[in-house]
Design a protein around this ligand. Structure first.
Ligand SMILES: [Fe+2]
Ligand SMILES: [Fe+2]
Length: 292
C-alpha cells in the first residue's frame, strides 16, 4: 500500500530539505529582476567565499581550456556568464537533491540533473531562437528547477511506475501528473511549488515549477516563461532525456504558439544546440569537482 502525502506530510517533507544558502537565494532574486546587470552577479559572488572558489575552479577547469589562469571574480563571471554561475550556485545548494536516484520513477542517480540541464538549455534556446520577448537567462534557471518536486515525492512513488503507466494507457489518468496525484495524493508540480515557497524563490520561478505541465493555468503575466519551460521540458524528453517512467507521458499544450513562435526549423536547431551545449556545460560543471 502506497503511503499518501497529505498536506501535513508534504510540510514535513519540505521541512526535511535543507534551505538554500543565503547567497544562492539572493542570486536567484537578483537574476529574476529584468533590469539587473552582470555586475550585480559579480558583487553577489564576491560575498560568498565558497561560491567564489567554485566559480574560479569552473572557469579554470579543462573544459574551458584557458591558456592563462583567471583569478578575478569579475573576469570569471563575465567569461562564464550568468547561466553558468546560476548553475554552479544551484548545484552547490540543491545538487544532492537534483542528483539523487528517483526510485519512484525508475530513474538512476544523475538523470534528473541531466534532464533539468537539458530542459534549461532548451527553454533558453526556444526563447532566443524564436525571438520571444523574455529573458533567456530566467528561462534557463526555471528549466533547471522545474522538476525539483520529483525528488520530494519519488520515494513515496516507489514501485508504482508500472501502475502509473497502466493508468495512463487505460485512460484512467490523463497523464503522469494525474497518476501521481491518484497514487500519492500530490503531484510533482505541487510538491515543487511547496519547496519553492519554503525557499522563497522568486514568483516567476515558483510559477514555472507549479505550471510547467499546465501552462495555460498560470497567471497571464507568467505564461510566456511557463510556456518556454513547458517547451524546454518537452524538448528534453523528445531528445530521449526524461527522468524514467514518466518520460513523454504528459500533454503538450499547443497554445504555446500564442506566446512563442517556433517552427520545425527552429525546433531542429534548438535540439542540436541542446546536444552541444549540454556536453559543454556538464563537462565544465563536473570538471569542477561536482558529480557528472
Ligand atoms: Fe515535470
Ligand atoms: Fe521535466
Amino acid at each position: 500500500m502506497v503511503k499518501k502525502i497529505n498536506p501535513d506530510e508534504l510540510e514535513k517533507i519540505v521541512a526535511s530539505i535543507p534551505m538554500i544558502s543565503a547567497s544562492a537565494s539572493r542570486l536567484l532574486q537578483i537574476t529574476a529582476q529584468p533590469d539587473h546587470e552582470l555586475m550585480d552577479v559579480v558583487n553577489l559572488v564576491k560575498t560568498d567565499a565558497n561560491l567564489t572558489a567554485r566559480v574560479l575552479k569552473v572557469v579554470n577547469s579543462a573544459a574551458y581550456g584557458l591558456v592563462s589562469k583567471i583569478t578575478s571574480v569579475d573576469r570569471a563571471v563575465s567569461y562564464l556568464g550568468e547561466q553558468v554561475v546560476v548553475s554552479i550556485a544551484i548545484e552547490n545548494c540543491a545538487g544532492e537533491l537534483l542528483g539523487k536516484e528517483l526510485a519512484g520513477y525508475e530513474a538512476a542517480g544523475g538523470e534528473l540533473w541531466k534532464h533539468d540541464l537539458r530542459a534549461a538549455i532548451a527553454a533558453r534556446e526556444v526563447v532566443i531562437q524564436s525571438g520571444a520577448d523574455m529573458s533567456p537567462d530566467l528561462a534557463f534557471t526555471a528549466g533547471l528547477l522545474h522538476d525539483i518536486g520529483k525528488a520530494l515525492i519519488s520515494d513515496y512513488l516507489r514501485g508504482t511506475a508500472p501502475e502509473a503507466v497502466e493508468m495512463i494507457s487505460s485512460h484512467d489518468s490523463l497523464d503522469y501528473l494525474a497518476a501521481e496525484e491518484k497514487l500519492v495524493g500530490v503531484d510533482h508540480t505541487i510538491a515543487g511549488y511547496a519547496l519553492a515557497q519554503a525557499w522563497q524563490l522568486p514568483e516567476e520561478l515558483a510559477m514555472a515549477i507549479r505550471y510547467h505541465h499546465e501552462p495555460a493555468q498560470a497567471e497571464e503575466i507568467y505564461r510566456p516563461l511557463v510556456y518556454a519551460v513547458h517547451l524546454g521540458d518537452s524538448i528534453a524528453m523528445m531528445g530521449g532525456y526524461g527522468t524514467g517512467s514518466d518520460s513523454m507521458r504528459y500533454k503538450l499544450d499547443a497554445n504555446y504558439a500564442d506566446y512563442i513562435q517556433i517552427n520545425a526549423n527552429i525546433l531542429a536547431n534548438v535540439m542540436l544546440t541542446v546536444d552541444t551545449e549540454f556536453d559543454k556545460l556538464s563537462e565544465s560543471l563536473s570538471d569542477s569537482g561536482e558529480k557528472s
